[in-house]
Design a protein around this ligand. Structure first.
Ligand code: FES
Length: 90
């Protein structure tokens, strides 16, 4: 199971964490990825001024907002997850 941590710290929360959870959820369910990806809320991840911040393993995805969330998920997070999965399988 791969866990995606979305920062719920106050700075990120104000920039739309909740909306990002909703958008990511939609993207995950749309692709039936809920069997292998789990969304989790996180305490402050550190770089508050670059929020919203999302962490997958050791990788941080920054400056996510409700406007670019879908794009970041498709173009950065999913490819990263496929890469991790590839490493695990091969
Ligand atoms: S509040 Fe999100 S990184 Fe600090």
């Amino acid at each position: 199971m791969i866990e995606i941590y979305i920062c719920m710290g106050s700075a990120c929360y104000l920039k739309g964490s909740e909306e990002i959870v909703r958008i990511f959820k939609e993207e995950i369910f749309k692709r039936s990825l809920d069997v292998k990806i789990k969304l989790k809320g996180s305490f402050c991840l550190g770089p508050c001024n670059q929020g919203v911040v999302v962490r997958v393993n050791d990788e941080y995805f920054k400056r996510i907002n409700p406007q670019n969330a879908k794009e970041v998920f498709q173009e950065q997070i999913l490819p990263y997850i496929r890469e991790i999965e590839g490493d695990k399988n091969g």
